[in-house]
Design a protein around this ligand. Structure first.
Ligand code: PMP
Length: 346
């Protein structure tokens, strides 16, 4: 009798099902005092403990800290080099090159499409509605995409899709993985879909420490998904994706104190963002509701605004995408920087 296959196994690249993951020395482990099984150096030349040793593939302290923070069990979490690596891991785990496709709703974060293209996976680039929601005929539009990426809050629009709409889509697409990219969720935590991970076998949530946790330089992200998905992704992930110093920094950022600091900084940034949005609006720009740490604004005379920003030494984000030709995205900044920016528009 064959055991019933999980959804993750049905969707995964078939060659992964029987693949034995690379047996790193760290994974095999052992007992004893003298560790000479990984061709490491016996000399630690750093103040960082054990830097001469390979790190754990999934550092337990980091996974446990994220589990506590996100309210998701440890066996439903993968940590990676930023959410960007998690996007690529999903594509490499589930999409057959030259055959499968992903879907995403634009304008949105560019790496879903780029990552897919670098793996020779087709991209079904769909559009959000005029009010930045998911299309009502999403199921037909998505067709047979294996992975459906929903960025929430969406980068670069800053707009949000409510949890009921997300859950509807999850129910409508039982044979695809719905990947909700929550890179900016700390700025509107009430919209998180993290709890759906334990209820549905087709939900994946992506997170990062790059935004609210102020650790973009550390490269640390997380994938939340049911253990069947985690198990398959762990066959594709590099043996040592998270450097030891990064794991230590990230674990500290996820301590009670670290989370309190993050929340305080998020509150400050949201306040600065409100001042900025108001100033942009007063200056005649069309300003979208900002649910992340940035605001997207449309200008009548975009060339003049770009020049003003250059003259003031302010580097904001403009886009090649024709849909965003008149728009600029401004990341929220500190008090002084925000005032400088507001002065440009007064
Ligand atoms: N998702 C979104 C929506 C993002 O905006 C970004 C970063 N710009 C990422 C993922 C990647 O984040 P990380 O730094 O964790 O790779």
């Amino acid at each position: 009798m064959t055991a019933t296959r999980s959804l993750a196994e049905k969707l995964a690249r078939p060659e992964l099902i029987n693949l034995t993951p690379y047996q790193s020395a760290r994974r095999i482990g052992g007992q004893g005092e003298i560790w000479i099984n990984a061709n490491e150096s016996p000399f630690n030349n750093s103040d960082i403990e054990q830097l001469n040793r390979y790190p754990e593939c999934q550092p337990p302290a980091l996974i446990d800290a994220y589990s506590r923070y996100a309210g998701v069990s440890s066996d439903s979490i993968v940590t990676s080099r930023g959410a960007d690596e998690a996007i690529e891991l999903l594509i490499r785990t589930f999409c057959i090159a030259g055959k499968d496709s992903i879907a995403c709703f634009g304008p949105t974060y560019g790496m879903y499409a780029i990552s897919a293209q670098t793996c020779n996976v087709a991209v079904n680039a769909l559009a959000l509605t005029d009010d930045y929601q998911l299309p009502t005929d999403l199921v037909q539009q998505v067709a047979d995409a294996k992975l459906v990426f929903i960025c929430n809050p969406n980068n670069p629009t800053g707009t949000i899709i409510d949890l009921d709409s997300i859950e509807t889509v999850v129910n409508q697409l039982p044979n695809a993985l719905v990947v909700i990219d929550e890179a900016y969720i700390e700025f509107c935590p009430e919209y998180s879909a993290a709890q759906l991970v334990e209820q549905y076998d087709n939900v994946v949530v992506l997170r990062t420490l790059s935004k609210a946790f102020a650790l973009a330089g550390a490269r640390c992200g997380f994938m939340l998904a049911n253990p069947d998905i985690v198990n398959l992704v762990m066959r594709v992930i590099a043996p040592y994706p998270v450097p030891k110093p990064v794991a230590d920094l990230a674990t500290a950022a996820l301590s009670e104190q670290g989370i309190a600091l993050m929340r305080q900084q998020v509150a400050t940034l949201i306040e600065q963002g409100k001042l900025l949005s108001q100033a942009l609006s007063n200056a005649g720009a069309q300003v979208l509701p900002a649910n992340g740490n940035f605001v997207l604004a449309k200008f009548d005379d975009i060339a003049a605004v770009k020049q003003q920003l250059i003259d003031a030494g302010i580097v904001a984000r403009s886009y090649g995408d024709a849909r965003l030709a008149d728009w600029i995205r401004f990341s929220f900044a500190n008090d002084k920087q925000t005032q400088t920016l507001i002065n440009v528009f007064q």
